[in-house]
Design a protein around this ligand. Sequence first.
Ligand code: FUL
Length: 481
Amino acid sequence: MTDISPAPYGPTPSPRQLAWHKREYYGFIHFTTNTFTDKEWGYGDESPEIFNPSDFDADQIASTAAKAGMTGLILTCKHHDGFCLWPSKYTEHSVKNSPWRDGKGDVVREISDACRRHDIGFGVYLSPWDRNHAEYGRPAYIEYFRNQLHELTTEYGELFEVWFDGANGGDGYYGGANETRSIDRSTYYDWEHTREIVRRNQPNAVMFSDAGPDIRWVGNEKGIAGDPCWSTIDQDGLFPGIDKASFKTRLNDDMVDAWDSPNDYLNAGDRQGTVWLPTECDVSIRPGWFYHATEDDKVRTPDNLLDLYLKSVGRGASLLVNLPPDRRGLIHESDVASLHGFRQRLDAIFGNDLAQDAQCTASNTRAGHQRFAAANLIDGNPETYWSTDDDAKAPELILEFSQPTTFSVVGLREFLPLGQRITRFAVDVDRDDEWSEWCSTEAVGCRRLVRGERCTTTRLRVRVVDAPVCPALSALELYSE
Ligand code: FUL
């Protein structure tokens, strides 16, 4: 039988990227000696003896994340100060020389086990920059870094993500040298070979950095993706920690003219991009990444978190919210309360998809075939999709309700194995038998949530306004706040 499905358009996600797209919202844990020195970046000369949480409880941390609706946690196993939260064989600068659990503790073990108990994924952050290590800046450090990567990717079970930060090089302790060391960020880590360790040991894990290879930084630490934010980009010339000058020299003239900085480029993505490299939006629930008692009254509110969710997950990216454990080794009560409120809002809105009560019809159905019917958009099954004949590139969908229905958020999802196909779409509502435009916007991707004017209607129309090929949409959702 011939395959009548539409041909994929442009770059498409790998199986590991597809699995990651389903995670949508997960958490970050920033914890190290900084928690005890009240700093954001440790210099690398901190004594391991200061790491001594009084009531560390990995279950409190993992259950807080799980109850908040998070699908995983990524732990700073080593931040820039070089202190290791696990008893690495390759350094003395770790929990094994701290008083915590008499030097027998392993934060990575406890958090990873707790994540499994609470049925969420576990991921690791291993800072490429190490302000403690004597060999930082020289080849011997790369061997050390790779050894650590090997430990983390072999000893703590399945990882869903490995996080490589872009900050590297600068002043530090460096085994007592107390100097400034700069490295060539594009060559020093020999990323191509370093990444092979992760691929070999954790083939399902996605790797995060400014340059992927699986997911990209969003270009800010505010939790906000571009509008639109394309899942495609041109990866050539990008590397973790890329600066403005390298960005300008390495990319072609069109790109240099279009984007002022790598951060702008990463934030927006590139409709003409050559690879699938979706976005992760990292943001802290507090002003800092590490816990500071002075910020107990500066925790983001549930409404603010909801706004960020709509500007990240709702733009086809993921939302990574940082929860810094305090000196007890617990997520502070203020953060727990805020997460609880956020979860209640998510449930209240997204727990009730109003589109499921409607009839969904389309101006065109591919080959007139049931397999591509508009009903697939509201069947709650992400594996089925609606599509049209190849030449029907600007089709329409209509949702019809038996009762007047009030909504304020419209959601669309593309069937990602066939690529990012829709460039622009619009939504209209029926006001007294006249169509009136409710929104017109670019990009769908994994998930597009448009929050707009609260409106009551019996009919809603989605128009594909601009697309190089026929659409393939797996969901049309409608919510009310
Ligand atoms: C940054 C780091 O320098 C911060 O300390 C933090 O880890 C954040 C997530 O990434 O680049």
